[in-house]
Design a protein around this ligand. Structure first.
Ligand SMILES: *Cc1c(COP(=O)(O)O)cnc(C)c1O
Length: 409
């Protein structure tokens, strides 16, 4: 019998967009390991090791560090649905599209959104954070670290201190920066941070690491309920209402990752292997060395783009080190350029959203792609495509400038 479809064979693209990026070969190999059941004693060791590795990736001593099965937004939802009780004031710092995603999820969880907005491309200064806390008296403050939509990273170090001072829990979406830019959960006073694998951690989408401080866990456990969704009889007096999600109930997930291990969902075994291997690679490289590699790739990319006479979007001081916005030159069709990058060079670069749609391309260099060859290949191809489209770029300058900026090996 002739098969209905050919065997699956996907093209080998160089993913220089805003995520996913190419997966480290070791992660792909780890995913090929045999699947075992989540109650198998061998599984406990694998989960404990994974938790320990993510403590190092997140730079935290938080015991409660685990994985949510799903893409990065699964961990965002788990954090917010487990922390927010209906009617709770939540300050949301919005520097781009992912701040709007936080707004939407906070609203769905019944939280009252107290938004702090800045124009896209800017970040929120610490005194505006303090003012918002004093004005709204929130129990929770949420923000995005690197907002890939604007290629801008919100400085976090001072915000954590302000939150502690006012007894506000502090949640950060670190999806786009974890493993690619300095991120210090404990030193920055962050209570809950979440991420995904498909950006700077060099894994596939589908597993979302999360870390939680003791004070965040205390609040979540006070809402703990049993599997039937009935309020935990042991919950302290005045405990909040039940968590409105079963799959994303962090109280149940904390238990599932503890020695008690009351069964919850079927662990996404192959994704657990991927997450473990991705973190192991990051820890072996060393977080500082990994951040430095991303910064170097970013410097080389920016140098190449500027040498071509293109403009780079955003502020030097707050630009992300793993994705760069390039202003689309006058008269150039941004979609055609992306298509030609893909069809002629097998390279993916991406557009942006909202006010920046059609105005910038975003070129990432994350995980295994934050390397000299990938940056040089991308710049060379980009120059050829733009020149072919009639853009007046300086020919031959980009790759030379990027090689020089990379520095001696
Ligand atoms: C890419 C990204 C996400 C993606 O979430 P997914 O559910 O994995 O698509 C979330 N937040 C930020 C800041 C991102 O850059």
């Amino acid at each position: 019998m002739t098969p209905m479809f050919p065997v699956l064979d996907m093209p080998q693209r160089l993913l220089m967009g805003a995520g996913p990026c190419n997966v480290h070969p070791r992660v792909l190999r780890a995913m090929a390991c045999d699947v075992i059941g989540q109650m198998d004693p061998e599984m406990t060791g694998c989960m404990d090791e994974t938790a320990e590795l993510y403590r190092q990736v997140f730079r935290t001593k938080n015991h409660h560090t685990l994985l949510i099965d799903g893409s990065a937004r699964a961990a965002i939802e788990a954090a917010l649905v487990s922390l927010i009780t209906p009617g709770m004031n939540v300050v949301v710092l919005r520097i781009g599209r992912f701040g709007l995603l936080l707004t939407e999820i906070v609203t769905r969880c019944g939280g009252v959104v107290c938004a702090v907005d800045v124009p896209w491309g800017e970040v929120v200064p610490p005194d505006r954070v303090r003012d918002a806390i004093v004005e709204h008296r929130p129990e929770l403050l949420v923000c995005v670290h690197g907002d890939t939509s604007t290629t801008t990273a919100q400085p976090l170090a001072e915000i954590g201190a302000v939150c502690r001072e006012h007894n506000v829990l502090f949640y950060v979406d670190a999806t786009a920066t974890l493993g690619g830019m300095p991120f210090e959960t404990d030193a920055w006073g962050i209570d809950v941070a979440t991420a995904g694998l498909q950006k700077c951690l060099g894994g596939p989408p589908g597993s979302a690491p999360i870390t939680m401080s003791e004070r965040a866990v205390a609040q979540i456990m006070a809402r703990r309920h049993d599997e039937a969704g009935i309020r935990n009889p042991d919950a302290p007096q005045g405990a909040g209402p039940v968590i409105r999600s079963n799959y994303f109930d962090l109280a149940m997930l904390i238990n599932y990752w503890s020695p008690e291990r009351i069964n919850h969902h079927t662990e996404a075994t192959s994704m657990l292997y991927a997450a473990r291997e991705a973190a192991l690679i990051a820890v072996e490289e060393g977080m500082d060395a990994r951040w430095a590699r991303h910064a170097r790739a970013s410097r080389a990319m920016v140098a190449g783009l500027l040498a071509m006479d293109l403009s780079v979007y955003g502020d030097d001081a707050t630009r992300m080190a793993n994705v760069t916005g390039v202003v689309v030159p006058e008269g150039c069709d941004p979609i055609r350029v992306r298509t030609l990058m893909r069809t002629e060079f097998e390279i993916e670069i991406v557009s942006s959203f909202g006010p920046l749609a059609g105005k910038i391309w975003r070129i990432g260099a994350m995980g295994v792609n934050a390397t000299k060859p990938k940056v040089l290949q991308t710049l060379g191809a980009f120059e050829a495509v733009l020149a072919g489209e009639g853009v007046a770029v300086t020919r031959g300058a980009a790759v030379d400038a990027a090689r020089a900026a990379w520095g001696a090996e």
